[in-house]
Design a protein around this ligand. Structure first.
Ligand SMILES: [Zn+2]
Length: 96
């Protein structure tokens, strides 16, 4: 029996990191990630402002939602988040 590495790791590279960061955004904010994972994402945010902004905004939105106790999520907030995510993905998607 050999414990070869199974391809568990995500493909980290240009863009892949952003994709993953945005992918785990909700779990990150919900505290569902392991510490390792969190620090990896955090490290990425430190050098990737599009992702940082997306996370930042979503974090604020979460607070608003929590305060409202699932009352209602303002549509303009939702679309701002969606827009931020789209812009973030544009950043790594297009050729430089
Ligand atoms: Zn990024």
């Amino acid at each position: 029996m050999s414990s070869d590495q199974h391809g568990v790791g995500p493909e980290i590279g240009t863009g892949g990191e952003c994709q993953e960061a945005l992918d785990t955004l909700y779990r990150f904010l919900d505290g569902e990630l392991t510490e390792d994972r969190r620090s990896a994402i955090q490290a990425h945010l430190n050098r990737c402002s599009p992702c940082l902004e997306a996370f930042d905004f979503e974090a604020e939105l979460k607070i608003v939602i929590a305060r409202r106790c699932r009352d209602q999520v303002p549509d303009h907030l939702r679309s701002r988040v969606a827009q931020a995510l789209v812009e973030a993905s544009k950043t790594f998607d297009g050729p430089v």
